[in-house]
Design a protein around this ligand. Structure first.
Ligand code: MG
Length: 396
């Protein structure tokens, strides 16, 4: 029996508020979309997969997918979910007898759930994976602008539909025809029901979560991080990352000395386009490095007059904001300041406080250590101050 799967990834993920479409967010080392695709191609149950993506992603060619043991085609979706499924169905081979439809936003679907849905669809014409309601279910209405319970529904009759949903080819064709006629549907089973086909339920999986909100994404990451192989080793790489930063500025007359946002009384200061705060610069580069977001020179070029005499604490805050946008949170930083003169030690507490505020970290997560260079090299002769920093970040 020939089996096709349509993976629908039409949504733009606005509810997740991320800078990229949610299907391209990372989940344990693979994108959400890649995980959904892999679930089908590696199942050994499916001969071809059609991935339906938002038209702009198909046009920009910005989606990299690795194909497994099935033929994979990528097509552009339509305005509504049902339009995307219809587009995908046009591409499915004529000889596919059963077609599974799956939300790309459910990357944790198991082979068992796919197999159960497929078997029931082949036998009965239409089938969906679903889980029984575990909470008490209330139907509601709005009275005087407030939600009021209308009735308590018999819980054993309530099931929450998941995907995959499977159909014999002719049944899905009829369901799509109902959808094209103007009915708005939230899943294909609803259209099959309207076309008069009984839809069989098979047991879904509570772990087969649909990633719609930030909380769903956190839950999915927790599930992925808890997965262990048969030897008990973690299956997903921990989303902990480290970055390293280094900076050096010459000490010159007529400049203030600013390190870690703290103005230090001294007869010379660091030369540079901005305030030349080498501590903030090294920490910024460590942070950007941990997130693979480039470096301080690329983000805040010294050819740009906007950064002339800039407060480098603000640059650090800007880098932290970019890190957050990319989904990272700082865990701790460690800084080594190499300076022959002046003495840095008395200013360490103030630097930790300023850096902590910029990164929204506890002072306990900020370490600043001072070293001399034992009179060796330019730093040892007091001609420059050098700073080394590491930063640890985790994915939120
Ligand atoms: Mg610098």
């Amino acid at each position: 029996m020939k089996v096709a799967a349509i993976i629908v990834a039409g949504g733009r993920g606005e509810r997740l508020g991320a800078a990229m479409p949610k299907q391209l967010l990372e989940l344990g080392g693979r994108t959400i979309l890649q995980r959904s695709l892999d679930a089908f191609t590696s199942s050994g149950l499916v001969h071809e997969v059609v991935v339906v993506l938002p038209a702009e992603l198909v046009a920009s060619g910005s989606v990299d997918l690795e194909y497994g043991g099935a033929r994979v085609t990528v097509v552009a979706g339509g305005a509504r979910r049902q339009d995307s499924v219809a587009r995908g169905f046009e591409t499915v081979s004529q000889d596919a007898e059963v077609v599974l439809v799956h939300d790309a936003a459910r990357p944790l679907v198991t082979r068992d759930v796919i197999a159960r849905t497929l078997a029931a669809a082949a036998g009965d014409g239409a089938a969906i994976a679903a889980v029984g309601a575990r909470d008490t279910v209330k139907s509601t209405e709005t009275r005087d602008g407030r939600p009021i319970v209308r009735a308590t529904l018999p819980r054993d009759e309530i099931h929450l539909a998941q995907t995959p949903q499977g159909f014999r080819r002719a049944v899905l064709a009829e369901a799509i025809a109902v959808g094209v006629s103007g009915v708005e549907a939230t899943d294909e089973a609803m259209l099959a029901e309207m076309a008069g086909h009984p839809v069989r339920l098979v047991e879904g999986d509570v772990g087969n979560v649909k990633i719609t909100t930030e909380a769903d994404l956190r839950l999915a990451r927790a599930i992925v991080e808890s997965e262990r192989d048969e030897k008990g080793a973690a299956m997903a790489p921990r989303a902990v990352r480290i970055g390293f930063g280094y900076d050096l500025h010459r000490l010159v007359e007529g400049r203030p000395l600013v390190l870690g946002g703290v103005r230090i009384p001294y007869e010379r200061g660091l030369a540079g386009h901005s305030d030349a705060d080498a501590v903030c610069h090294a920490v910024t580069d460590a942070l950007l490095g941990a997130c693979a977001l480039g470096d301080i020179g690329r983000l805040f070029p010294d050819t740009d007059p906007a950064w002339k005499d800039a407060d480098s604490v603000a640059l650090l805050q800007g880098a932290m904001a970019r890190a957050r946008e990319a989904g990272f949170e700082a865990v701790n930083i460690d800084v080594v300041v190499v300076a022959e003169r002046p003495k840095i030690g008395p200013h360490v507490a103030a630097m930790r406080e300023t850096l902590g505020r910029a990164l929204q970290l506890d002072e306990g997560a900020i370490s600043v250590k001072a070293k001399t260079n034992e009179g060796v090299d330019a730093t040892g002769r007091g001609e420059a101050i050098a700073v080394h920093a590491v930063a640890l970040v985790v994915r939120r």
